[in-house]
Design a protein around this ligand. Structure first.
Ligand code: ZN
Length: 247
């Protein structure tokens, strides 16, 4: 029963994730106005704004202008619900919010990165800071409060520096940018949430997922993908989710 409630709560937060994904890159206020159809601008009634369900009932079309609604909306809601359940199953009702907060914002970042190839600074900074604040309650960072806070801060610094070294050397050796500045801040946030020793594992998992994707996409499309810029944030999200599963 509680799992079902957590899933519903995750779906509802997923609706909010859609608002953030749509509005942050466009610099529209995230609170006002109420959700509207991107095509006809008519504001969406509450009964047409129920996560996933409304999409199915409206068969994926806007009620007033009949424009197709992107499948991305119910997908984000569903992913948000699944992440909430994952956090509940791996942690407990009290500590799950530390990690759900992280994965939720990472979900938003991933979709913004896919669409705009940019990671909004405000979201990275939010994650870095929330990681340090929540570290007080984070049992995976150490036994006492002092250990937890220091592990979080050191993790953040090392996460940033480690990615910076990779970035710097790839720029020197290959004369090419391997990572964006957003990825550095993202790994700073990984460090403040999971601590010093998690960074290398999470980076490894993220790279493996990215490599599998690049290779299979290359095989399917039968064209060269290396050399193009690939957005790294979605792979970091998958890497972190996988890391949480192994905790
Ligand atoms: Zn419409």
């Amino acid at each position: 029963m509680i799992i079902f409630l957590i899933f519903l709560l995750g779906l509802t937060f997923g609706s909010f994730a859609n608002v953030l994904i749509y509005r942050i890159p466009k610099k529209i206020s995230i609170i006002f106005p109420w959700s509207f159809c991107p095509n006809c601008k008519i504001s969406i009634k509450w009964y047409d704004n129920i996560p996933v369900l409304s999409y199915i009932l409206l068969s994926g079309k806007c009620r007033s202008c009949k424009t197709k609604i992107s499948v991305e909306y119910p997908l984000v809601e569903l992913l948000s619900g699944i992440l909430a359940v994952l956090c509940y199953l791996k942690f407990n009702i009290y500590t799950m919010w530390i990690f759900y907060n992280f994965l939720f914002v990472l979900l938003v970042i991933s979709f913004i990165d896919i669409k705009t190839t940019e990671i909004p600074d405000i979201l990275s900074y939010y994650l870095i800071i929330s990681g340090i604040i929540l570290s007080v309650f984070n049992p995976f960072l150490g036994r006492d409060i002092f250990l937890r806070i220091s592990n979080s801060i050191i993790g953040g610094i090392v996460g940033f520096l480690f990615l910076w070294v990779i970035e710097f050397s790839s720029r020197k050796i290959f004369r090419k940018l391997a990572l964006g500045g957003g990825d550095l801040k993202l790994f700073c946030a990984v460090g403040t949430h999971f601590g010093l020793f998690s960074i290398f594992k999470i980076l490894f998992y993220s790279c493996v997922v990215a490599l599998v994707y690049v290779l299979s996409a290359g095989l399917i499309k039968n064209k060269k993908i290396f050399g193009e810029y690939i957005q790294f944030a979605p792979f970091v999200s998958l890497g972190c989710s996988f890391y949480i599963l192994t905790l």
